[in-house]
Every structure is written in structure tokens, then in C-alpha cells.
Design a protein around this ligand. Sequence first.
Ligand SMILES: *Cc1c(COP(=O)(O)O)cnc(C)c1O
Length: 356
Amino acid sequence: MARPIFATINLGALKHNLAVARGHAPRSKAFAVVKANAYGHGLARAARALREAEGYALLELEDAVALRDAGCRQRILLLEGFFEPGELPLLAAHHLGAVVHNRDQLRILRHLPAGAALDVFLKINTGMNRLGFTAAEFPDALRALQSNPGVAQVTLMTHFANADELRGVQWQMEVFDRLANGVKLPRSLANSAAIFRYAETHADWVRPGIMLYGCSPFADRIGTEIGLVPAMTLESRIIAVQRLKRGDTLGYGGLFTAERDLRVGVVACGYADGYPRHARNGTPIMVEGTMTRTLGRISMDMLCADLTDVPGAQVGSRVVLWGEGVPVERVAEAAGTIGYELLCGLAPRVPVRERE
Ligand SMILES: *Cc1c(COP(=O)(O)O)cnc(C)c1O
């Protein structure tokens, strides 16, 4: 028997979550964001489940080429564009669209052959201050692209810094609207949070990422509270049971001391599987369908669960680390991070199964 840990990817959940995005932005086309191996869910399977999307967005060139080679006909957008001139022939040959966000890329584009027909997403920095042309640089950048015979379609794009928070998008929308006003080009602005909260950002193309995987983009709501279904469930089993006496400590560093006699289940899952090492004592975990808590430090291959409320638990009992029944958002919160990081951090050593 193999080590009992595995992740299940629910393909129906991916489809459902895309439909939720469409429900919120019914007049927009969607780039399903599948960067980082589809947020850890597996690029090929996620793309298959999300094939109703009009496009895919990611930033790994090899993955984009693999999608095309696998027969994908949809638009494919490279979210950081290209990094050197040598990549341009590959982009043209596979019809990959590119975000263009800086002047070096504009310079490289001058070498684009006239018939290349590259689709460009011109990224405007409206306040995120990571990628994109400033308001002052924008007119020149737009002119350079529109006069480039190798460029086919230009789409205006920006990215929001606070769509999931109180500060919102209005302050960035003002900058975007002022620049885009009167420019008759398609637009793409919204990530998951903006899809839920700000209809005025939906425009021609939305870019849902985290919501497709069933995880909430908001700190104060979990995915199931906003109509999403978790796509990844990480589960394992108990491989040993220990009886601690009052005063006994558990695991590395003795982080947990038993205040009374209790039973502890040792679970085959650790940080080398992608479970967060910083998950504190008391992180939610499910054993045999009952919610309980982790105890002690997370180690490389194991973690421990309190079996006080699960008297029937024994070696072989099923444990859910996150996913159906255990919101990944809650585990992330207990580890001082966000669901995004846990999902895309699923370790390669964890076998993956799929279900419809
Ligand atoms: C990752 C990413 C998205 C998706 O963001 P979510 O918060 O996961 O919906 C959208 N746009 C860009 C440019 C991105 O890099």
C-alpha cells in the first residue's frame, strides 16, 4: 500500500465556478487564469474542465505552448508577456497573445515580422505599481503598438490592487477611464474579486483565477459562502494513534503540552506535501467526518490531530486537510497566509486523482 495521502480535483466544481463567474459578468468573455499549474490543480485537466472559457491566461511560456500543442483553440494570453526577442517566433507560431507592460518589450517588438499578427494586451499602471505603463507613458506606448505592422489586436488592460478590500477599485478606474476614454479598443480589467464586486470593471474580458478553484478572493468570506465549490480536496489517513498523559509534549519543540490525557492521531501529511508549516496549534482538520484541530508543530511528513471528539478514530481513519468540509481559507488563515498559496503549493509528490 502506498502512503495514503492524495488530492482529488473535482472537475465539475471547476465548471460550476466558471459558470458562477459568467453569472456575475454575463456580457464579458473570460480568460480562465491557469498560471502556476492552474493554481496547483494541474494545467491540462483544469484547461479541459474550463474549456467553455474563451481564453486561458498564464505566464509560463512552455505551458502556453503545451496548451496549444494539446489542441487548444481558445485565446491564450501570457500575463507577463515575453522576456527576450528569441521568444517572439514561438509566440507568433503558436498564436499566443502577450501583455506588454514596459519599454523594453516595446523595443523588442520592433523586431516583430510584419505578418506576425501578435495580439497585445497593453498594460496600464493605474496604481498597483508593479507592471504597466504610467499615465504619462501610455500615449506613446499605444502609438508604438498601433503603428507596428506585426501587431494585430491591441487590448487595454490593468490590474487592481484592492478589489478584495475596502479601498476598492474606483481610484484605479478613474485613472484607467481618463486614459481609455475615446480609445476604441477592447478592455480587460477584472480579477475574481472585481468580478464579484464591481460590474463596472467587467468590460470585454474578465480574468477569473482563484474563484475558478472554489476559493474566495475575500478575507471575510469563504468560497462556499459566495456560491463556489472547492475544486481541490487534500486528504490522507491516520497512520498511528498516541495516548498522551497530562503534561506530555508532542512533536518537535514540544509546541503542544497535554493539559489532560488525550488521544492524538498522527496523519500522513506534512510540509513536504504542501501543508503549511506555519499552521498554528488548533488549525481546523477533519477526521472521519468530524471537525477537530491540529496539535503541535507540522513536520515534514506528518502532523497530529486531536482525537478527543472522534472516539472512533483509529489507524486508517480518513482525514481531510482542506477542500470539501475543511475550507482552505480557514487553514490558510491559521497559517498566516491565503488559500492561493496553499493551492498552488501542493507538492509534486502528492498523487492527484480526478472526478467528474
Ligand atoms: C493572477 C491574475 C489574475 C487572477 O487573479 P485572481 O485574484 O486569482 O482572480 C488576473 N489578472 C492577472 C494579471 C493576474 O496575474
